[in-house]
Design a protein around this ligand. Structure first.
Ligand code: ATP
Length: 328
């Protein structure tokens, strides 16, 4: 490799935490060390960047974290960084210790902040997609998605046991504010009766029709997986409307919530995080900036942050059809 374009870099985690962020931090720190760059861990996202909450990290600072959920650097949401004054403070902190490049691990908001910061002050930035929602363009998967998906699947499997024993109908809400990836995939993986996602136009009549079909065919477990951001109504409203239509149904609602954010990262997430952490450092060394490191079709690729934020990964149409067919 030709000479690195940066000598001192920082790494931060920001926005919602996701399992695998620690594996990404570890990969950034160790890759930086391997190529003899100084690497600073920045605590609490952009808040720590503005406050100068930096710690020099070496390979031993990231011992025993590849298997841990959460983020050792902590994450935070900062309103101040959305102001020019806040970002000016952050720039001064970077200048103080000579940070030339930043690896920002997070979602859409984190990337928007990084892009603006680069455009205003010229500190090089590379994003790593870390969010369980999988809603970032430029990578097939985001860090944390696979773990969250498996957590949701295991929880729904358990609900299925009780649903079947009591002939109950369950509405299960999984995370995904604007994206139905967790709902669609966990719904298919658990053989749910129906799956409601923000990307698909749907009416309550569709749902009722599927319940009638299931009744007729003698389906013994009736689980409806609902994405948090689904547009038909809240999960409680859906349950109420269903009860009004089918008074004999014994209906329960289960919101999986933050359990989906925690836990040890899956193998796929650890490997993805390791590849992206490495890719981010290599990108900075090559002088790349204002891009996000991602893995598409098993290749490391860099996508302009502006594109990663604006565009969306399409929901797989086949999988939506497959879900319908297999639920019958
Ligand atoms: P998740 O998708 O898990 O919520 P996220 O990265 O999208 O993660 P946000 O809370 O939206 O989470 O953003 C994280 C931080 O990024 C914000 O707290 C803020 O400091 C910074 N940020 C977001 N939007 C902007 C913006 N328009 N300008 C500057 N900074 C921003």
């Amino acid at each position: 490799m030709t000479e690195s374009q940066v000598k001192k870099i920082g790494v931060l985690t920001s926005g919602g935490d996701a399992p695998g962020m620690n594996a990404a931090i570890r990969a950034v720190v160790r890759t930086a060390n391997y190529y003899q760059l100084d690497c600073f861990g920045i605590r609490e996202g952009y808040s720590g960047l503005m406050e100068g909450n930096f710690t020099k990290m070496g390979p031993r600072s990231v011992n025993n974290i590849i298997n841990q959920g959460g983020t050792i650097l902590k994450s935070a949401r900062s309103l101040e960084f959305k102001t020019k004054e806040g970002r000016q403070k952050a720039f001064e902190q970077c200048q103080k210790i000579g940070i030339e490049g930043l690896v920002c691990i997070g979602g859409d908001g984190t990337f928007t902040g990084a892009k603006i910061f680069y455009e205003e002050f010229g500190i090089k930035v590379i994003g790593i997609p870390g969010t369980i929602d999988n809603d970032i363009f430029g990578t097939d998967h985001t860090i944390g998605y696979d773990t969250a998906l498996n957590t949701a699947m295991e929880a729904i499997d358990k609900i299925r046991d009780t649903a079947t024993s009591h002939n109950r109908v369950f509405f299960v809400e999984v995370m995904g504010r604007d994206a139905g990836f967790i709902a669609l995939n966990s719904g298919v993986a658990t053989g749910s009766l129906d799956i409601l996602i923000p990307e698909k136009k749907y009416s309550i009549e569709n749902l009722f029709r599927n319940f009638r079909k299931a009744k007729k065919s003698g389906k013994s477990s009736n689980i409806v997986v609902v994405a948090e951001g689904e547009k038909l109504g809240s999960i409680y409203e859906l349950a109420q409307q269903t009860k009004a239509e089918f008074p004999d149904f014994d209906i329960r609602v289960s919101v999986l919530g933050h359990t989906q954010r925690g836990g040890a990262p899956s193998c796929a997430d650890r490997v993805l995080a390791s590849r992206l952490g490495y890719g981010a450092v290599i990108g900075l060394m090559e002088g790349k900036t204002n891009v996000m490191a991602g893995i598409r079709a098993n290749q490391l690729v860099y996508t302009p942050i502006g594109e990663a934020i604006k565009k969306h990964n399409e929901m797989n149409g086949d999988l939506i059809k497959i879900a319908e067919i297999l639920a019958t």
